[in-house]
Ligand binder design. Structure first.
Ligand code: NAI
Length: 267
C-alpha cells in the first residue's frame, strides 16, 4: 500500500484528493488545522517542523507521494498568507524530500500553485526572490510597504509564483528527478471551495473575482482538480517533471495568448 501525505486535507481540493486516493486504497496522512491525522498550524515554523516529524513517524520515513494543498486566499492578513502558502509548502517539500527519495518506486509530488501567478500584475521580483531564498522577514517587510488590499493580492500571487518557480528550479535536479521524485505543480483557476467562497463574499475582492473571464464558463468543482492530482501521483506521470499544469477554464490562455512559449534569446 502506498503512503501519500496531503496538506490541506480537510477541505476543498485536498479533501477531494484524499477521498479519491482512499478509494484507491492509498494510506493518506492528512495535515490540516483540524480533522486530520496531523493537526498543525502551518503559519508557525515549529508547527511546520512538527508536521514533518509526524509525517516521518506515521510513514516510517518512506513516502510515495506528497500533495501541498493547504492554503488561504483573500481576504487574509498578507504576511500570514504568504507564510502559510509559501513557507507552509516549501518547508515540507524540503523536509520530506529524503523520505520521498526512499520510496520503492517513483515518488510523485504535486504542489498547488494558481493561475494568479500569471494574471496578477506588478508582483515585485524582490518579493519572490526573498521567498525563494527563504528570507521570511524580508518578504514580510516588502508587503508592509504596500496598502493592505494590494498587499493581499500580491502576497497570494507571490506565494504561488514562488511555488511554481521552486518546482521549475528543482524538479530537474539530482536531488529530485535524479532521486526518483517527480516534482510538478497544478495552477488552478477558480474552484468552488470555501477558499473561493470567502473571496466571492468579500465586498472588496468579490466583484474582481467574478469579473475574471472563464472561457469554459463557471467555476470548477474540487473533484475535477483531484482527478488530475491522482493522475500526477500515478505512474502515468513518470515522464512529467517540472510541469506547471494550468487547470483554469482558459483564463490564462485568454489573457496572455502569445506568452507561450517564451523563446530563449541566444547570443
Ligand atoms: P480550502 O479552503 O477548501 O482548503 C484549504 C485547506 O487548507 C483547509 O482545510 C484549511 O484548514 C487548510 N489550511 C489553511 N490554513 C492552514 C494553516 N495555517 N495550517 C494548516 N492548514 C491550513 O481551499 P482550496 O480551494 O481547496 O485550496 C487548496 C489550494 O488550492 C490552496 O493552496 C489554494 O491557494 C489553491 N487554489 C485554490 C483555488 C480556488 O479557486 N479554490 C484557485 C487556485 C489555487
Amino acid at each position: 500500500m502506498s503512503t501519500i501525505a496531503i496538506t490541506g486535507s480537510a477541505s476543498g481540493i485536498g479533501a477531494a484528493t484524499r477521498d479519491l486516493l482512499e478509494s484507491d486504497s492509498v494510506n493518506v496522512i492528512g495535515v490540516d488545522l483540524h480533522n486530520a491525522e496531523i493537526e498543525v498550524d502551518l503559519s508557525i515554523e515549529s508547527e511546520r517542523s512538527r508536521a514533518i516529524s509526524e509525517i516521518l513517524r506515521l510513514s516510517d520515513g518512506v513516502l510515495d507521494g506528497l500533495v501541498t494543498s493547504a492554503g488561504v486566499s483573500v481576504p487574509f492578513d498578507p504576511a500570514r498568507m504568504l507564510t502559510i502558502n509559501w513557507f507552509g509548502t516549501v518547508d515540507l517539500l524540503i523536509g520530506l524530500r529524503e523520505a520521498l527519495s526512499t520510496s520503492s518506486g517513483v515518488a510523485h509530488v504535486v504542489a498547488i500553485s494558481s493561475n494568479s501567478t500569471t494574471i496578477t500584475p506588478n508582483v515585485p521580483d524582490a518579493l519572490v526572490e526573498a521567498c525563494l531564498r527563504l528570507d521570511e522577514s524580508t518578504s514580510h517587510e516588502i508587503l508592509r510597504e504596500m496598502d493592505d488590499v494590494e498587499a493581499m493580492a500580491i502576497a497570494y500571487a507571490a506565494s504561488k509564483l514562488s511555488v511554481a518557480r521552486f518546482v521549475r528550479q528543482n524538479a530537474p535536479t539530482q536531488d529530485w528527478a535524479g532521486s526518483n521524485i517527480r516534482l510538478n505543480s497544478i495552477a488552478p483557476g477558480a474552484v468552488l471551495t470555501p477558499l473561493l467562497q470567502g473571496g466571492l463574499d468579500d465586498p472588496t475582492f468579490g466583484a474582481a473575482i467574478e469579473a475574471l473571464p472563464i472561457p469554459v464558463g463557471g467555476f470548477a468543482e474540487p473533484e475535477l482538480i483531484a482527478e488530475w492530482i491522482r493522475m500526477m501521483l500515478s505512474p502515468s506521470a513518470d515522464f512529467m517533471c517540472g510541469s506547471v499544469l494550468f487547470l483554469d477554464g482558459g483564463s490564462d490562455a485568454l489573457i496572455r495568448p502569445n506568452d507561450w512559449p517564451v523563446s530563449m534569446q541566444l547570443e
